[in-house]
Design a protein around this ligand. Structure first.
Ligand SMILES: [Zn+2]
Ligand SMILES: [Zn+2]
Length: 193
C-alpha cells in the first residue's frame, strides 16, 4: 500500500479537490483492506477485490483510488442506499467486510477541533487523526458475487423482445416467456418523450 499522503495526493487529482469526505473514504478503504489482509490492491492483489459502495459522494472516489476498483472494470459496484459505507470482497479467500462510517464521527470531529471554524477543515483534520474504531463500525458479511458480476465474464447478448436493445451480463428478465430488458420489465428510470 502507498503512504496516506500519497493517497491524498492521488485522490485530490482524481476528484478535483480535497475534502473531508475523501479523507474519510481513504481511511475507510485502507481500514477495510488491512482487516482483509490485502496489501497490494492495485498490483499483485488486483484481481482479488470487488468493492460495493453505498453512496455516490466524495468518499466513493477516494475508495476507488485506494482499491483500484472502477465501475468500468466491473470491480466497483454501486448500490444506492445513501450510506457512507462500503463492502470489500476478497474473491480469493471468499471473505467480505462491510465498513460503515459512524454517525458519531461528525460530532466527535466538532469536539476535537472546536478551534477550527470551517467545518470541512475541521472534519478533514479529525478524519486524519481519529482512530479507526472512532470512525468506523465493521461487520464480516457474505456477499454472493456471481460469475456474471465479475470482471472478464463473457456471455451471449440477449435481445429485448419489446425494445430490441441488446442486453449483456444476463441482466434480462423473462416475463410470461418473453425476454425483456429491465426497462421494459418495469424498472425504467426515464420516460421517453
Ligand atoms: Zn469532495
Ligand atoms: Zn426493452
Amino acid at each position: 500500500m502507498k503512504s496516506f499522503e500519497e493517497y491524498v495526493a492521488a485522490a485530490e487529482q482524481a476528484h478535483g479537490h480535497m475534502c473531508a469526505g475523501q479523507i474519510l473514504g481513504l481511511r475507510m478503504a485502507i481500514y477495510g483492506l488491512n482487516l482483509l489482509g490485502i496489501a497490494d490492491p492495485t498490483g499483485g492483489d488486483r484481481k482479488r477485490l470487488v468493492t460495493f459502495v453505498e453512496i455516490d459522494r466524495c468518499a466513493t472516489d477516494a475508495i476507488g483510488v485506494v482499491t483500484g476498483c472502477r465501475l468500468g472494470k466491473r470491480a466497483l459496484k454501486f448500490r444506492d442506499f445513501g450510506k457512507v459505507a462500503a463492502t470489500f470482497c476478497d474473491l480469493r479467500d471468499g471473505r467480505s467486510l462491510r465498513v460503515v462510517a459512524k454517525e458519531s464521527s461528525k460530532q466527535r470531529a466538532r469536539e476535537l477541533y472546536t478551534d477550527i471554524a470551517d467545518k470541512n477543515q475541521q472534519q478533514m483534520h479529525a478524519y486524519r487523526t481519529m482512530a479507526d474504531q472512532e470512525l468506523f463500525d465493521h461487520q464480516w458479511v457474505r456477499v454472493v458475487v456471481g460469475p456474471e458480476d465479475l470482471p472478464g465474464f463473457k456471455s451471449e447478448r440477449a435481445e429485448c423482445a419489446q425494445c430490441g436493445e441488446g442486453i449483456n451480463f444476463k441482466r434480462e428478465i423473462v416475463v410470461q416467456r418473453k425476454v425483456l430488458c429491465r426497462a421494459c420489465a418495469g424498472e425504467r428510470y426515464y420516460e421517453v418523450l
